[in-house]
Ligand binder design. Sequence first.
Ligand code: PBG
Length: 312
Amino acid sequence: MQSEASTPVLRIGTRGSPLALAQAHETRARLAVAHGLDEASMEIVVIKTSGDRIQDRSLSEAGGKGLFTKELEEALFSGAIDIAVHSSKDVPTFLPEGLTLIAFLPREDVRDAFLSPVAGSIRELPQGALLGTSSLRRRAMALRVRPDLVVVEFRGNVQTRLAKLENGVAHGTLLALAGLRRLGRAELATSILDLDDFLPAVGQGAVAVEGRADDVRVRELLAAINDPATETALVAERAFLTRLDGSCRTPIGGLATLSGDALLFRGIVLSPDGRQSEATRMTAPLADAARIGTTAADELIGRGGKTFFATG
Ligand SMILES: NCc1[nH]cc(CCC(=O)O)c1CC(=O)O
């Protein structure tokens, strides 16, 4: 496969979707600039994951998180790749022993976008309109403001979902603005959802690079492109998700933002039908990133959010 005579400086593993490829290319471009490397010295290795293969049922039914990372992690262990580039949102809270997140790219816009050929916003959709989404969080948040909407399953990558919308499978859909931006399709957003009533998924908009914990050479290479602000926000958000022990069947939103040397954390858990929710908002010094996520989760659990975690 490799035509160059020399071995690559770095093998970059990624899924094959256009969004995943855009993120892998962005990682490579940033590394090239940071280290004065030729991009051709870093090979992009495309790996198909279970999440890409399963198209016939929702991912939460198929086992949820880890489906987009497992095969990439196997390739990290075998040495077939040196780093795996992921959407942070798709990275489970617990990584296999020996692997770790070694860098985060600067975060894109964290908000969700509403896309529709018939309405300017969720509130303007006709009574009983079809909303396409497979995300339990988006479903619950949309039903909270519009309980009359009928949610239809919208699996597949961003392009597939855009095609479904175009073919009239639903009257509207919700996608991460970050993904549209990275694909150069941000103009497709009909409107952008307000953070106050539509909190993103933990990690949304951030690209995470996973590597082997003991690979000092690669960790040093990646340190040059790490964005500390994004890393701090992700520490808080992932601590929140870990404490909630959120299975992929629980609608959860969480967002940490930095302002000066303070961290603002917002979190929400909802019942699947959006009728009940518990939300919190708190600030802490940057150094307390992990603690603020855990504290926010404990507060939601204490306030009865626990009833939302019942399985089934
Ligand atoms: N689960 C799919 C997924 N993973 C990351 C993104 C968007 C990019 C991001 O959040 O960084 C998407 C698509 C979407 O939710 O619209």
